[in-house]
Design a protein around this ligand. Sequence first.
Ligand code: NAG
Ligand code: NAG
Ligand code: NAG
Ligand code: NAG
Ligand code: NAG
Ligand code: NAG
Ligand code: NAG
Ligand code: NAG
Ligand code: NAG
Ligand code: NAG
Ligand code: NAG
Length: 792
Amino acid sequence: MATSSLSISSLQIVAWTIWIFLCGKCLDNAHHHLVVAASGSISALQLKQAKALHETEWWFNSTSNSSACHWEGITCNAGGSVTSIDRSDQGLGGQLKLNFSFFPNLVSLNLGYNSLYGPIPSEIGMLKNLIDLDLHLNVLVGPIPSTIGLLTNLESLSLDGNQINGSIPPEIGMLKNLTRLGLFSNMLVGPIPSTIGRLTNLEYLSLSDNQINGSIPPEIGKLKNMTDLVLYSNMLVGPIPSTIGRLTNLKYLNLGDNQINGSIPSEIGKLKNLIGLYIRSNVLVGPIPFIWDNLTYLKYLDLSVNYLTGSIPYHEGNLYQVEYLNLSHNFIRGEIPVALGSVLVSRLWSLDLSYNNLTGHISPSLIHIKEIDLSHNFLKGRIPDGFNQHHKSHTVIGNRGLCGQFEIFPPCPKSKKSPGSHHKTKIEIVVPITTFIGFLVIGSILFFRCVFKEKQFELRESKNGNLFSIWNYDGHIAYEDIIEATEDFDIRYCIGTGGYGSVFKAELPSGNVVALKKLHQREAENPVFHRSFMNEVRVLTEIRHRNIVKLHGFCVHKRCKFLIYEYMERGSLFCVLRNVDEAMQLDWSKRINIIKGTAHALSYMHHDCIPSIVHRDISSNNILLNSEFRAFISDFGTAKLLDPDSSNQTLVAGTYGYIAPEFAYTMTVTEKCDVYSFGVVALEVLMGRHPGELLSSLSSSSSSSSQNMMLNEILDQRLPPPNYLIGRDVLLVATIAFACLHTQPKSRPTMKCVSQEFLSCKKPNVIPLTTVSLLQLRKQATYMAGSGFAYC
Ligand SMILES: *[C@@H]1O[C@H](CO)[C@@H](O)[C@H](O)[C@H]1NC(C)=O
Ligand SMILES: *[C@@H]1O[C@H](CO)[C@@H](O)[C@H](O)[C@H]1NC(C)=O
Ligand SMILES: *[C@@H]1O[C@H](CO)[C@@H](O)[C@H](O)[C@H]1NC(C)=O
Ligand SMILES: *[C@@H]1O[C@H](CO)[C@@H](O)[C@H](O)[C@H]1NC(C)=O
Ligand SMILES: *[C@@H]1O[C@H](CO)[C@@H](O)[C@H](O)[C@H]1NC(C)=O
Ligand SMILES: *[C@@H]1O[C@H](CO)[C@@H](O)[C@H](O)[C@H]1NC(C)=O
Ligand SMILES: *[C@@H]1O[C@H](CO)[C@@H](O)[C@H](O)[C@H]1NC(C)=O
Ligand SMILES: *[C@@H]1O[C@H](CO)[C@@H](O)[C@H](O)[C@H]1NC(C)=O
Ligand SMILES: *[C@@H]1O[C@H](CO)[C@@H](O)[C@H](O)[C@H]1NC(C)=O
Ligand SMILES: *[C@@H]1O[C@H](CO)[C@@H](O)[C@H](O)[C@H]1NC(C)=O
Ligand SMILES: *[C@@H]1O[C@H](CO)[C@@H](O)[C@H](O)[C@H]1NC(C)=O
């Protein structure tokens, strides 16, 4: 049984395939190389291009006397003229000096993530055919040249993470084809030009983290295709223009950390696709309007630190999808609606109502909310029973009238009717039957949706100027805290090492514990590992699921790169299964839940994300367990977004022992590769050890004795045999696992089928596991895959 990760050379292959995926035009390039090579002769333009490129010193071994078409990062058209230059993440220094007059055919210029300094030359305006200009994360200074307005074919412009100053040139309004404009984390001043209203194709606009002043131009309402409008951390004043209500495609609106005043316009209620609304730290006044009825996708609402008054806008049916609600630091009055904590109507997992003027009692239903802060209000009466088991005292401190549960509060009078008791009857109505709750909890899993381009992260530059980090939205985690908590990654805090890095445990000053995955010094400088690292960041910032590990942030530096995760107390499933004590704690129902959770997460990645995400390295090593043994899929370094328009051919990625057999001959990535690996993991969890030997003996000869083994014989012998109720689940999991392990990818079920099969109330009949042979099980699996899955 071998479960070690593939060697470094295979990892390099993996990273290479990711690169191919990211620049889908590579296959075309290969074709063009041949054309150029065959034609032989080199034109004057080609020589001029080679000379100009050679002079940039962006290639260490370039020469100026031959075509540049075969150089790394260069693409040419059939005539041998350069169409694309990609020198991103090459550690380039120096100024951005390229004689642009020789590149009439250039459509893509990508010099992002280097250390280029100095101004952006105004001659860049000569690149009339440019579609994609990416200079993000450099050290460029000076203004955005007004000649940028000449690049009328531009569709994507990324200048984020530089030190660009001056104001945004009004000429930007000439770039009518622009769909993405990223200028965040610079030093821009002055107003948002009203000409921005001409960029009617714009889908993404981020100007955050600058010193832009003036008010938001009403013309912004013309950008009807906009999905992401990110203006936080500037010096914007004035009202939120009511024209914003016309941006009906908007998914994320972040106006936080400005000085926006006036009240919240009711037109926000027309943004029916909104997922995240962040307006924290402004000077908004007035009540929160009852505008949420149409916002059926709203999940994140942050209106903290304003001067809002009135009561919490809740009535049956609205705020239904909201998972994160932060109204702290306002002047909100009235009672906390009981329904906020009801598992029937609310999906809240984080509720911050601290520092308001709320009155009334704390409803017992609020216990269900995972993260809660009700401190510094005027709440009174009994703190509900069990509140102290789920939450700490600081979450209710500063409410003079409370009693019970925590030592800091006086005990409640032992009277006949305690002050809060009438609410108890209410909760019984809200949460009537346990089975119904179970059903709803399961149902809510189906409601997870992919959150793409979630702008919860801020890009910052640290003091030393060379370190770029992405911090979690509320700035909880600071680089210095991490260095302090781990004593600069001292070995004592190391809790594991893996293919390309070590994992550290850090307890932050806030008391939160996080896990840090840090690339080894040598690997941090290797672009191959860097890509794998960035791939993980890209995937994890875009997805969110209760069974996928949460990324809090990351830090990128030329020699120090690390990811910040939610800490998982129990470590990997692999380790837990190999430790007798822990394996015994992992009883049958916990094991079944781990398998189900993993299935739901994979179904979400494959079927709810667009494009779908294939993990490619599902193994017991990459499934982590929290203190309650809940499963979290981790390690997305090799994950791949499946692009329906490109070939999904690739080279091997994954862990030996979990890789689907067809990989060897098709080299094609499909979701079915993950399905196979899931089957291996599911069996491993039931057996308590890797099923490699069993699988090879089952496949080697049809008459083998393993065919006649009974299901109970392969189960983990360290646990008592499952009782008959859980036995049904074990049988279902085993059947599904064998269906997933079918050698023909197309005969394997999809993860959606598997997930829904687990969610269905239909269970196999109760049969003693001592009477089910593996042969029968595999037959049943084949039958199920063929037609027997009820939910496909
Ligand atoms: C430089 O060397 C690399 C690696 O050997 C090679 O792929 C490339 O074609 C060479 N020339 C240039 C200009 O990059
Ligand atoms: C280009 O120049 C290099 C040295 O600068 C020389 O070795 C090479 O032969 C030249 N190639 C051609 C095709 O002229
Ligand atoms: C680019 O090349 C042209 C033609 O040789 C020359 O006139 C121009 O000065 C050059 N520009 C720069 C910025 O070097
Ligand atoms: C903009 O995009 C359209 C449609 O893709 C294209 O026809 C046009 O040439 C592009 N450029 C300009 C300057 O409009
Ligand atoms: C922009 O920054 C550069 C370099 O720091 C400085 O010389 C220049 O005066 C600044 N320009 C403006 C408009 O602030
Ligand atoms: C907006 O998006 C739609 C659909 O993607 C597209 O057809 C349209 O051309 C885009 N631009 C404008 C100005 O509506
Ligand atoms: C915006 O900032 C610029 C530069 O700091 C300043 O000159 C200008 O007066 C400010 N405008 C407004 C409307 O505050
Ligand atoms: C908002 O602030 C601006 C500038 O500080 C001020 O002129 C305006 O009167 C304020 N508007 C409201 C509604 O308070
Ligand atoms: C909700 O949408 C409907 C239909 O688009 C619209 O008539 C209504 O005014 C909206 N409600 C609010 C509160 O914005
Ligand atoms: C709510 O917002 C405040 C202020 O912006 C912030 O300090 C707090 O951490 C937030 N609460 C949660 C639970 O995120
Ligand atoms: C909220 O409470 C504060 C502190 O007691 C008080 O000064 C203020 O008037 C109250 N505001 C509202 C709107 O109730």
